[in-house]
Design a protein around this ligand. Structure first.
Ligand code: AOF
Ligand code: ZN
Length: 368
């Protein structure tokens, strides 16, 4: 007979199938186990459709009676777009529920454990699986509390901390395996953002390009920060045949002529900050209201510096290529920079992984 942890692993694997396809809902996985046999599995469907528990219970059918349900996130206890999962669990006759992580949704009046226990169902928390379940739902956990997207900043730099040579050549710092992984990140992210300087320098497409993929790829919403309206109408990403949608975030400083020249993009006028740039707090609020729960900031240096300066970055994905560039060349974070070491923003490592020849480091803000 399989043990607890294997069943929760199966539930986490189910959740992985839904990663990036349920936003702003969390990607959750569930399995139903009857007498040591896995008899139902499910993962969250797109918003408005069934939650993971309901999918797993459906597959289990009558075998759910007296069974154990393993679920990566605390089942919902409220009516959202769908009925409460706790009702479905009770109606199916489940005997025991094992939960990996709590749901921070502030709309929950009662937690699932008390609702299920009141109906005579046993409830356990699987602490060994909690960290993995939290990692799978980190964007949702931020959005549901702040109503703003979870911001990940990603950059690739050389071993000596540069993002281009002294002449500005940047193709490519990271290797092919890393560049594929960036497309996997895009595939799981609601929106991707760059500054206008990156568009003018690189003319990027910002689409998801994965040669072989186990599911149809997703193209994130593209956002360009362009306070004064400098985006060329001929930009590659605005071409008719390019999949995905583009928003140009601008301010009142953008001219009527420029606005009229742009097609295939939404022009979103936002307040400007004291430097005449797009007010990022206003942008994040607007995106959150549009149910964008995750945002990937891909550069350049000034844009990354602006997000960091506002403490609006929840996660860093740093790719280090084993190459030395040397000289006076740009680095990943622009801006004026700090004068004294004790003013440095503090981060903490979470993970490191070698991808092809490169090293991927993940860091989160250091709360101290
Ligand atoms: C679950 N199982 O698979 C997910 C849950 O509008 P609704 O009805 O889809 O509810 C959305 C809320 O349900 C969402 O904000 C989060 O708290 C929870 N997500 N809950 O029991 C699931 N995806
Ligand atoms: Zn639910």
């Amino acid at each position: 007979m399989l043990m607890d942890e294997n069943f929760m692993q199966a539930a986490l694997a189910q959740a992985n199938l839904a990663l990036g396809r349920t936003s702003p809902n969390p990607a959750v996985g569930a399995v139903v186990v009857q007498a040591g046999q896995l008899v139902g599995r499910g993962h969250t469907q797109p918003p408005g459709q069934a939650h993971a528990e309901v999918m797993a219970l459906r597959e289990a059918g009558d075998l759910a009676r007296g069974a154990t349900l393993y679920v990566t996130l605390e089942p919902c206890t409220i009516w959202g777009r769908t009925p409460p999962c706790t009702d479905a669990i009770i109606a199916a006759g489940i005997r025991e529920v094992v939960i990996a992580a709590r749901d921070p949704n502030p709309r929950f009046e009662h937690d699932a454990a008390s609702v299920l226990q009141a109906a005579g169902i046993l409830v356990r928390f699987d602490q060994a699986a909690e960290a993995a379940a939290i990692a799978q739902t980190e964007a949702f956990r931020h959005w549901i509390v702040t109503k703003q997207p979870f911001v990940t900043v990603k950059y690739a730099m050389s071993l000596d901390g540069k993002i281009a040579t002294r002449t500005g050549d940047a193709r490519w710092i990271s290797g092919p395996a890393s560049r594929q992984k960036v497309h996997e990140l895009r595939d799981q992210t609601d929106a991707i953002l760059v500054g206008i300087n990156t568009v003018l320098a690189d003319d990027p497409l910002l689409t998801t390009r994965l040669a072989q993929h186990w599911r149809p790829v997703q193209h994130p919403l593209r956002i360009v920060l362009d306070a004064r309206g400098r985006m060329p109408a001929s930009a590659a990403m605005l071409a008719d045949q390019v999949p995905g949608t583009t928003i140009i975030a601008t301010t009142a400083a953008a001219s009527a002529e420029w606005r009229a020249s742009i097609s295939n993009a939404e022009i979103l006028e936002l307040p400007s900050n004291s430097e005449g740039r797009v007010a990022l707090d206003a942008l994040l609020r607007e995106l959150g209201q549009r149910d964008i729960s995750s945002l990937l900031v891909e550069g350049g240096g000034e844009t990354i510096a602006a997000f960091l300066a506002m403490q609006a970055v929840q996660k860093l994905q740093v790719v280090i290529a084993p190459k030395i560039i040397g000289g006076v060349a740009p680095s990943p974070v622009g801006g004026v920079g700090i004068a004294r070491m004790n003013e440095a923003q503090l981060w903490q490592w979470s993970a490191s992984e070698q991808v092809g020849a490169d090293m991927w480091l993940t860091a989160y803000p250091n709360p101290q």
